[in-house]
Design a binder for this molecule. Structure first.
Ligand code: ZN
Ligand code: ZN
Length: 150
């Protein structure tokens, strides 16, 4: 559970209460980027209901299951009216992975919906600068605690 006054997982620098909490509760994202952020937060929260609700009916999977991944950080690279490019770092077991995706969104009857996206998932390079923005190599930063080979 994330408390109202904690930083929002989507990386907006706002509190959860002033950011994704009410968007998720009210299905009220006002742009593709906001929907993307709130869906990321729903992944963090394990809120499958919201993820399905905000999925375009044409592309919504019939048997959607949240994986066991632990989502760490969302970085939005570019957003315009209908597309958002982002990367999201997560740990799957003890492996650091980076998902990079360009997602497409459409607005239907005043509600933004996720249509689809092109994505690649790769292991985080241990010598690369850490995704958290620390300017430290991943292996010495967020990769330290959670990988067995550290
Ligand atoms: Zn947020
Ligand atoms: Zn880090």
């Amino acid at each position: 559970m994330i408390k109202k006054l904690e930083p929002c997982p989507c990386g907006s620098n706002k509190t959860f209460g002033n950011c994704c909490q009410s968007i998720i509760a009210n299905d009220s994202a006002s742009s593709a980027e906001q929907l993307m952020r709130s869906r990321y937060t729903a992944f963090v929260l394990g809120d499958a209901k919201y993820l399905l609700q905000t999925w375009h009916p044409d592309t919504c999977p019939h048997n959607f299951q949240l994986g066991q991944s632990r989502w760490l950080r969302l970085t939005i690279h570019h957003a315009d009216t209908n597309t958002v490019s982002f990367s999201a770092a997560f740990h799957s077991g003890n492996k650091g992975m980076l998902l990079e995706e360009t997602s497409r969104f459409v607005c239907m009857d005043g509600h933004w919906r996720y249509l689809d996206g092109d994505c690649t998932v790769n292991p985080i390079k241990r010598n690369a600068l850490c995704f958290c923005g620390s300017d430290i190599k991943y292996k010495n930063c967020c990769g330290k605690r959670s990988t067995s080979e550290a």
